[in-house]
Write a protein that binds this ligand. Structure first.
Ligand code: TYM
Length: 339
């Protein structure tokens, strides 16, 4: 297959905290699995991190951004096959972001779940930045700059891809056909990994910073990760009983196990029906810590080699800019800002 015939993929992660196994399962593992088949554009969303000041103030944001970049590589993204870059290294994101902000109705932005939860009225009154409201129009620019066919994300990002589709259609209707309208791709299972301490809440970077037993960080010490899994909330039963409805915490553990071992629910039923929760948890801890050990060992080699990392950052930005600048020029012409 020539690279032109390959479908194009675009996706990214915001640099607001340490990556966890939810990010790995919902997003990164899809990118790794797809890279032979698709042409990947993958980035670290550092401009988006600025919308949540408490996540970045006093922290060395660039160091965190480069840590995530190195983690992409350590998880198995191949920089020869995928274009890997940092959002703010490609200025076209901010520029197209402004055009997108101008065509996006405020009412669409105010309806977004993320704005309603993170930008609660009290926070708005206390001076939350307008970037939080305009977050989705910057995300639309991230995506539309590359004319991707597919945007593989976890379930929580579905609404952001849907609004991107709406923004693309609106721009095309106002200024003429300019942007491809991409499809969202979500894993059938593993699109929403839940917190280990509270299986009714999505595993999230921000909660992980407050509650130690909530998530498994990709760079967490292995013994800490094993302990968090062994303490994961299940229910008052003693073991896995597939003849009854499984508790959310048990389903979550099974999903994590299946995603790390590429097995089906049917196979885990055979393996775990009737097993004690301790047995299930220890099997999950084994597969998760094995994977983390592999990622962490590669991560340390990659992060220690500054020269190569810097070259990869520069090369990725250059490759991304080659595509993004052409698309931005097209959008400028469509709006009449350029001849
Ligand atoms: P972010 O950084 O919150 O999450 C990165 C990716 O991880 C997925 N994810 C999960 N998947 C399964 N279970 C979970 N508990 C879980 N938590 C997170 C997310 O769905 C996402 O795929 N706005 C985006 C970043 C972004 C972006 C983009 C993504 C900016 N521009 C353009 C795609 C395309 C975000 O904050 O994701």
């Amino acid at each position: 297959m020539t690279s032109q015939a390959k479908k194009r993929v675009l996706s990214g992660i915001t640099a607001t905290g340490s990556l966890h196994i939810g990010n790995y399962i919902g997003a990164i593992s899809q990118w790794v699995d797809n890279q032979a088949e698709y042409e990947n554009f993958l980035f670290v969303a550092d401009l988006h991190a600025l919308t949540i000041p408490e996540a970045i103030v006093g922290k060395n944001l660039r160091a965190r951004v480069e840590e995530i970049f190195a983690l992409y590589l350590a998880c198995g993204i191949d920089p020869e096959r995928s274009t890997l870059f940092v959002q703010s290294d490609v200025v076209e994101h901010a520029e197209l972001g402004w055009l997108m902000t101008c065509v996006t109705p405020v009412s669409w932005l105010e309806r977004m779940t993320q704005f309603k939860t993170k930008g609660k009225v009290a926070d708005v009154d206390s001076g939350v930045g307008a970037g939080l409201l305009c977050y989705p129009s910057l995300q639309a620019a991230d995506i539309l700059l590359y004319d991707p066919d597919l945007v593989p994300v976890g379930e929580d990002q579905k609404q952001h891809v849907e609004i991107t589709r709406d923004i693309a259609k609106r721009f095309n209707a106002m200024f003429g056909e300019t942007f491809k309208v991409p499809d969202v791709v979500i894993r059938q299972s593993g699109g929403r990994i839940m917190g280990l301490d509270d299986p009714t809440a999505k595993m999230s970077k921000s909660t992980a910073e407050r509650s130690p037993g909530h998530a498994i960080g990709l760079l967490d010490p292995l013994d800490k990760s094993r302990k968090a899994i062994m303490r994961a909330v299940t229910d008052s039963n003693s073991g896995v009983d597939f003849s009854n409805e499984l508790a959310p915490g048990v389903t979550n553990l099974l999903t994590i196990f299946e995603c790390f071992t590429a097995t089906t629910r049917e196979q885990s039923r055979e393996q775990f029906d009737g097993a004690g929760y301790g047995t299930l948890k220890s099997a999950v801890a084994d597969v998760v810590t094995d994977k983390l050990a592999e990622i962490q060992s590669r991560f340390h080699d990659i992060a220690d080699d500054r020269d190569t990392l810097n070259k990869q950052l520069a090369r990725g930005a250059e490759r991304a800019r080659a595509i993004a600048s052409t698309k931005l020029a097209q959008a400028y012409r469509a709006t009449g800002l350029r001849q």
